[in-house]
Design a binder for this molecule. Structure first.
Ligand SMILES: [Zn+2]
Length: 47
């Protein structure tokens, strides 16, 4: 069984969130603050 490729499938593209700085996957809303592309994509805690 070849499973050498498995080690590299963890984080294809991780960038720090522009809002909170948490590592997040592009094209997805930040799991920490809900920001996406410079705006609040996921409604969470409203100030
Ligand atoms: Zn964030």
């Amino acid at each position: 069984m070849r499973r050498a490729n498995h080690d590299k499938v963890t984080a294809p593209n991780i960038s720090p969130c522009g809002n909170c700085g948490e590592p997040m996957v592009p094209h997805r809303a930040c799991p920490a603050c809900g920001f996406y592309k410079g705006k609040q994509a996921v409604s969470g805690k409203k100030a």
